[in-house]
Design a protein around this ligand. Structure first.
Ligand SMILES: Cc1cc2nc3c(=O)[nH]c(=O)nc-3n(C[C@H](O)[C@H](O)[C@H](O)COP(=O)(O)O)c2cc1C
Ligand SMILES: [Mn+2]
Length: 476
């Protein structure tokens, strides 16, 4: 049974001891953010802040999917499921999308405020990190918009900073689908209807951060993932649809050809990196919300937090699909959450020389490929999820000159850690491929075996040693 709303997910977290309910008064002004961040850094539980200073009747939910355990619970798998098991299940469930159903109303309509009654200050949007440019009502939120040229409705997570009582800044960059769609409206000088919703079942957030291909409705993929259709209701002031059980819904439009300073914000690379810049403005025309609403918040920063878990999982499954579709003989893929998705590791057979560069080209061509600047390619005998094995291959097999291919002016995310200010401002970056596979033009006798227990002894000896292990006196 899929979770029907965020509240059912919170109950499941409680059952598994994965959430701390906090009854003490907590300040939205940095205190909540600092608690969420400390939990991220200590592997602590998610948090439900039940009493927010200045905001009786409002709650904040911190660290929604900041650990693999919470993601496994969200997927209704065993909380002890491994990264590989979750990836396989996530990959498999994406193959069978289910269309949403439309319902007349739902709990998200328990309160409706339109026009002049809208005041975003009524929600306890936290000042998340020291030095942030404002209060962020949208960290763990999902934004919906419609392509003007087709029926495509896109859902994605893009941050929202409160400017005033009825507008927020929104961080949009071009390769993101919201950027591609907004660009069309802006060329027509038309406002783009936009609705942001927050406080939904966790698989919606997972898919809203996954690079689902252009033209595909994320809501159908969520249906497949939860094995049941998502229930949607119509917005009050535009034609967009939102999950009927959303805690908070902000309806409005993104204004064409208007920019206002947004940021800085503590970002996924682990720094407040992209600074303050004039960015698009989301004008809010209506607000709807549930009784005793819960505002979810991700305190993004140094890895590992929610953003690293969901984006890296989404990348790994998306790249795996693309590489399989291209018939690349790939045996494993891993985007280490600890790398703040700056690194993807691919294990492959090597039927022809320089397959590493084709694999990297395939990855960079995918929707979220622009976010990952480093591609490490290893032979199929290396486990890409084992950092000791990958580190050994990178250190010893990647030729510093012939094994690396750098690409300058590759469009990359402006949040990429190492970019210069010029690159960041001009909206481009660069990438590198580390080919850690043995050169194919070597004669077989030049390709050295690995000097490991598994690789360098005859089967008969390995078997004898393993069988006699305890007889030698070893405890384990
Ligand atoms: C917590 C969180 C915050 C994010 N904030 C932003 C953001 O402000 N701007 C952005 O372009 N991408 C952001 N992302 C990444 C996008 O959600 C991700 O690339 C997603 O694939 C975008 O949807 P799309 O593929 O439909 O464009 C964020 C992801 C997470 C998990
Ligand atoms: Mn999309």
């Amino acid at each position: 049974m899929a979770f029907n709303d965020l509240r059912e997910f919170i109950t499941a977290l409680e059952k598994h001891g994965e959430i701390q309910k906090i009854k003490k008064d907590v300040d939205w002004n940095l205190e909540a953010g600092a608690i969420i961040r400390r939990c991220n850094e200590t592997g602590g539980p998610a948090q439900l802040f039940e009493k927010i200073k200045d905001y009786p009747g409002h709650r904040i939910f911190g660290g929604p999917l900041a650990t693999l355990r919470r993601l496994a619970i969200a997927m209704e798998m065993s909380p002890d499921a491994t990264y590989a098991e979750i990836i396989d299940e996530f990959f498999y469930r994406q193959t069978d999308p289910i269309k949403p159903i439309l319902v007349n109303t739902g709990p998200c309509k328990e309160h409706i405020l339109v026009g002049d009654d809208v005041d975003l200050n009524m929600f306890p949007a936290p000042l998340v990190h020291g030095g942030d440019g404002g209060r962020y009502i949208g960290t763990w939120n999902v934004g919906a918009c419609k392509d003007p040229d087709s029926d495509w409705i896109n859902w994605g997570t893009y941050r929202l900073m409160v400017h005033d009582r009825n507008s927020t800044g929104i961080f949009i960059v071009f390769p993101q689908h919201v950027g591609v769609i907004f660009n069309k409206y802006e060329k027509m000088n038309k406002p783009m209807p936009y609705t942001a919703f927050m406080g939904v079942e966790p698989l919606i957030n997972l898919i809203a951060a996954t690079g689902i291909p252009h033209g595909v409705n994320e809501v159908d993929v969520v249906g497949g993932l939860r094995k049941e259709p998502v229930k949607l209701v119509k917005c009050e002031t535009n034609d967009l649809l939102v999950p009927d059980t959303a805690e908070i819904v902000l309806e409005g439009e993104i204004l064409p050809n208007i920019r206002k300073d947004e940021g800085p914000f503590g970002e996924y690379a682990g720094y407040q990196i992209s600074g303050v810049m004039p960015r698009p403005v989301f004008k809010v025309k209506a607000v709807t919300y549930r009784n005793n609403p819960i505002l979810p918040t991700s305190c993004i920063g140094t890895p590992v937090d929610d953003s690293h878990i969901v984006v890296s999982m989404g990348m790994a499954t998306g790249f795996k699909k693309a590489l399989e579709d291209g018939a690349y003989p790939v045996t494993g893929i891993y985007v280490p959450p600890e790398s703040a998705y700056h690194v993807v590791i691919v294990a492959t057979e090597t039927p022809y020389p320089y397959i590493a560069n084709r694999i990297a080209a395939c990855i960079w061509a995918q929707k979220n490929g622009f976010i990952v600047p480093r591609v490490i390619v290893v032979n199929s005998d290396v486990d890409p999820t084992n950092m000791a094995e990958v580190g050994h291959a990178l250190a010893t097999k990647c030729h510093p000159v012939r094994g690396t291919t750098t690409i300058d002016r590759l469009p990359t995310s402006p949040i990429t850690g190492f970019l210069s200010h010029e690159e960041r401002d001009q909206g481009f970056g660069c990438g590198v491929v580390y080919d850690c596979t043995w050169p194919l033009d070597w004669k077989p006798e030049h390709t050295p075996p690995r000097s490991s227990f598994n690789d360098i002894y005859p089967e008969e000896i390995k078997e004898r040693v393993l069988n006699n292990w305890k007889d030698y006196g070893f405890k384990k």
